[in-house]
Design a protein around this ligand. Structure first.
Ligand code: TXA
Ligand code: MG
Length: 350
């Protein structure tokens, strides 16, 4: 299959809408990451998403809409959900609600719930309006790769697998939407994102955090969100996170890099802008200014993809405090590192 990569124009969006109606797949930009969409109520089309991504069938999809009236055939909306929609839609918040029968099992992985989101990206909105269909869309990466934050990332993963990619420039947030479940006793964040716990609590009161956000699932522990079971967001190289006091971290990065380099590895460090100069000999990748987790979020997946392109096999990274947007960064970075973390002071002592 030839994959067209087109800028967002009235013509390309009309073509995309036609492809959705025919049951085909189109990748499109959202404010979080690029999505790989198909008509959510068309079983066969939805199966095509799993095939193109190489995604396990038991990982459910998010249904994207442009107008709340579309939810009528999809899920049961409650008062808490309405308050969240008023506050955060359109935007990077996905809400898990009880599903309705019209939603195919392929979308929900046979769960009795469904994930819904109204994106704010103008191209996503224009496309959802042009087709006027609910669109099931996971991130447009091959399963196990970092989510794509540019049309080029999508092309790298999906060339030959889908007919059309709409280019809308770089994704603004850079990490996938916050996923909140409203089906349990208490609202619970299953995946942290740009809409933070504090922002949610301001609108609906106390919210839980799923246990496995900053650690791997324990043996026998059930994932509240099936996506959390899978190895995710990982570059091909081995990532290690370095914690500790700032100057110790910089020194530890320098020593760890030098050791890996001397052993013949293709090694590098991921560090804050402020440390790039001090680590100039350590193949530094600038993850953004210290104290600006939103910028780190924006750059993270592109950086992880660069590491693969450069065939890095050993990577040492700084970390951000796991608060606010930093929690979303550490959730993704933690998974990229399989939660391998070392303390800088201990490295220096050796
Ligand atoms: O920002 C985003 O959310 C992007 C853009 C394209 O909208 N989409 C995205 O989709 O990240 P995906 O499929 O990569 O991640 C969806 C996550 C998965 O972890 C999945 O397991 C979870 O949401 N999920 C979907 N439906 C669910 C449900 N009914 N119950 C619990 N978790 C669900
Ligand atoms: Mg994904």
């Amino acid at each position: 299959m030839k994959t067209q990569l087109l800028p967002a124009t009235d013509e390309s969006l009309a073509l995309a809408a036609r492809l959705f109606e025919e049951g085909q797949l189109v990748a499109f930009p959202t404010e979080t990451v690029y999505g790989l969409g198909a008509h959510a109520l068309d079983r066969k089309a939805v199966l095509g998403i799993f095939a193109a991504k190489g995604r396990p069938a038991d990982n459910p999809l998010i249904v994207h809409i442009h107008d709340r009236s579309q939810l009528e055939g999809i899920c049961e909306v409650n008062d808490l959900a309405l308050r969240l929609m008023d506050a955060f839609w359109p935007g990077p918040l996905t809400i898990i609600l009880p599903r309705k029968a019209a939603v195919p099992d392929e979308v929900t992985a046979k769960l009795d719930t469904v994930a819904v989101r109204m994106p704010s990206h103008p191209v996503a909105m224009a496309l959802l309006k042009a087709c006027n269909l609910p669109i099931a869309a996971p991130s447009a990466n091959r399963s196990g790769k970092p989510s794509p934050t540019s049309a080029k990332h999508v092309f790298d993963d999906m060339d030959g697998r889908i007919p059309l990619i709409i280019d809308g420039g770089e994704s603004d947030v850079g990490l996938e939407s916050t996923v909140i479940s409203l089906v349990g006793e208490k609202p619970c964040i299953l995946r942290p994102g740009g809409v933070t716990k504090a922002m949610l609590e301001e609108v609906i009161g106390p919210v839980d955090l799923a246990g496995s956000i900053l650690r791997p699932l324990e043996k026998g522990e059930k994932a509240l969100s099936p996506g959390m079971m899978y190895k995710h967001y990982s570059p091909d190289g081995q990532v290690t996170l370095i914690e500790g006091e700032e100057s110790a971290v910089v020194e530890a990065l320098r020593r760890l890099y030098a050791h890996a380099d001397s052993e013949g590895h293709r090694a590098c460090v991921m560090c804050f802008t402020e440390h790039v100069e001090a680590l100039a000999d350590c193949h530094p990748h600038d993850i953004g200014p210290k104290g600006d987790p939103s910028e780190v979020a924006h750059r993270l997946f592109a950086t992880l993809r660069d590491l693969d392109d450069e065939k890095m096999d050993v990577i040492f990274s700084e970390v951000v405090p796991p608060e606010g947007v930093g929690l979303a960064v550490m959730n993704r970075l933690g998974r990229a590192a399989a939660f391998r973390t070392v303390n800088a002071e201990e490295i220096i002592r050796i």
